[in-house]
Design a protein around this ligand. Structure first.
Ligand code: GTQ
Length: 328
């Protein structure tokens, strides 16, 4: 090849290549960078979550470690005695790319002191009775399977008037606040914000009985109840339809057992998580999921889920595989 040919077709060493290289070198010191070398990463061909599939076993691991935390730190000292569910591909507070979840323990007679924060919180009660969250002056008692909401900037403290450990799954939108720097909290001057036991707490508490009656009233082997948060029922031995969507999920098994087959966003790699009562697992965005309920005992399995679907929908960012545009 003559040097003339090399110049015109841009092989390395040609003057065009040299000009390109020296041009690129001139950019960083001006805080500029070319889009064209990283186009695929900046605007990827499909949703590309950074989170991995992850499973936290309750009985075998998370529960004993949480009870140990009860021996080494008290609720007041900790402010919140929580083991964060940290996605193995990310760091705290990421359970998925957009959701945070943690397991919180409170022991009889303890108080987790009153504070308020911009982040939204919800709790799904895993174990225990007569624990409570006081939200904005209303004392809301918690039983297994209840969902308790703590709206942004409402004062809240947690306590426990019963016996035995009280454990729940916290879901907060903390990862989003890493992007929007409006994440902050305030401590109340006293340990407890003044509260009264509440009779009209329907806007703060969704009892499990309500979710289950909606699920069981639907025909067929698989049912979903959207609280505004979803819960799912899968009949013994049955499977849910395969779905891939742009929201991510933290699933918690309330009752039953089974497995979930996950096909990652690349469309090729498959993983499986095997779950039973108390276990929690993370499903990254754009990961196809099929839940299979075990046949054992002949009873249906129930999964509670936290997801960011309402947020994505409100921002016009929600996508489900196979749908051109969402019909609303
Ligand atoms: O109970 O207020 O898991 O503020 C993380 C931050 C729980 C809470 C968490 C919190 C709380």
């Amino acid at each position: 090849m003559t040097s003339e040919q090399a110049k015109s077709n841009g092989t390395p060493g040609s003057s065009r290549e040299e000009a390109k290289a020296s041009y690129l070198q001139s950019l960083p010191s001006k805080n500029l960078a070319p889009l064209w070398t990283v186009m695929g990463a900046m605007v990827p061909p499909r949703p590309a979550p950074k989170a991995s599939v992850a499973l936290w076993k309750y009985e075998e691991e998370a529960r004993p470690l949480l009870l140990q935390a009860g021996e080494v730190v008290d609720a007041h000292e900790a402010e919140r005695r929580v083991l964060m569910l940290v996605n193995p591909s990310l760091r705290a507070p990421y359970t998925t790319d957009t959701l945070y979840a943690g397991l919180q323990l409170i022991l009889p007679g303890e108080t987790a002191p009153a504070h308020r924060h911009t982040a939204f919180a919800l709790r799904f009660i895993v174990e225990g009775e007569r624990g409570f969250t006081a939200v904005g002056g209303k004392k809301v008692f918690m039983s297994r399977g209840d969902v308790i909401l703590t709206p942004s900037w409402d004062w809240h403290d947690h306590g426990h008037d019963g016996d035995g450990p009280m454990i729940w799954l916290d879901g907060l939108d903390l990862p989003l606040y890493q992007a929007f720097p409006t994440n902050f909290a305030e401590m109340y001057s006293e340990s407890r914000y003044p509260s009264e036991p509440s009779t009209d707490d329907a806007h703060l508490k969704i009892p499990w009985s309500k979710a289950q009656s909606h699920l069981d009233a639907q025909p067929g082997p698989h049912a979903i109840y959207h609280y505004t948060l979803p819960a799912e029922r899968i009949a013994a031995g049955a499977a849910s339809p395969a779905v891939r969507e742009s929201c991510s999920f933290v699933y918690h098994c309330f009752e039953g057992s089974g497995r979930t087959r996950l096909t990652l966003a690349d469309g090729k790699t498959t993983e499986e998580v095997v779950w039973k009562r108390g276990d929690t697992f993370a499903v990254p965005a754009w990961t196809e999921r099929v839940h299979y309920a075990s046949e054992e005992g002949g009873e249906a399995s129930y999964l509670f889920a936290v997801n960011d679907l309402p947020l994505l929908r409100n921002l016009g960012m929600y996508k489900r595989e196979g749908e051109e545009k969402e019909s609303r």
